[in-house]
Design a protein around this ligand. Structure first.
Ligand code: IMP
Ligand code: MG
Length: 184
């Protein structure tokens, strides 16, 4: 392991336990997801909607692997405080300014845990009459929720560990790690 990565593993007074998905595995998966999304939308207007803050790195890499015209906007919702369990309370802090009506929406999420955040957002977005609505999640803790048909594009079926890095945080730390690690 290069010394730089050793430093990255210690942040905010905590040290990550182990790398779960390294940079190469993530890059390969993101390229596959980009190709899948490209194939899934042969025509129509595509709006890639990133759920901040967790999706910011994933979205940046993903859109560069989608080989068709698209637009990008963001949503801000908040469901977690500084703890590592879901409060079940979802707040919308920023609404996309782009018109959603008649467009194919792909909502980009870092990780699906209980799915509560997404269920709430799907209701809000459906009211704006998009042509279609799908979710692309880099990570899906499938053991934590009932099947969600809207989660159409998934990178990895994740373990029920608490994961950080590549956009995922613990109390706002660790988002910048180029890999995804298990914190506990
Ligand atoms: P849900 O509403 O329970 O599905 O929670 C989804 C949100 O919780 C994600 O967008 C993340 O911001 C956060 N989250 C869930 N699991 C993890 C994790 O393992 N690490 C970091 N954040 C997580
Ligand atoms: Mg978060």
């Amino acid at each position: 392991m290069p010394r730089g990565s050793e430093v990255l593993r210690r942040t905010g007074g905590r040290t990550v336990k182990s790398i779960v998905y390294d940079e190469a595995a993530i890059a390969k998966k993101v390229a596959e997801l980009g190709a899948e999304i490209t194939r899934a939308y042969p025509d129509g207007e595509l709006l890639v909607l990133g759920l901040l803050k967790g999706s910011f790195i994933f979205l940046g890499d993903l859109v560069r692997k989608i080989e068709r015209p698209l637009q990008v906007d963001f949503l801000v919702a908040s469901s977690y405080g500084s703890g590592t369990t879901s409060s079940g309370d979802v707040r919308l802090l920023y609404d996309p300014e782009t018109r959603l009506e008649g467009k194919h929406l792909v909502l980009v999420e870092d990780i699906v845990d209980t799915g509560n955040t997404l269920r709430k957002l799907l209701g809000v977005l459906r009211e704006r009459a998009p042509a279609s609505l799908a979710i692309c999640a880099l990570l899906d803790k499938v053991a934590m929720h009932e099947p969600m048909p809207e989660v159409r594009f998934v990178g990895f079926e994740a373990p029920t560990a608490f994961l950080v890095g590549y956009g995922l945080d613990h109390a706002e730390d660790f988002r910048h790690l180029p890999f995804i690690a298990d914190l506990m």
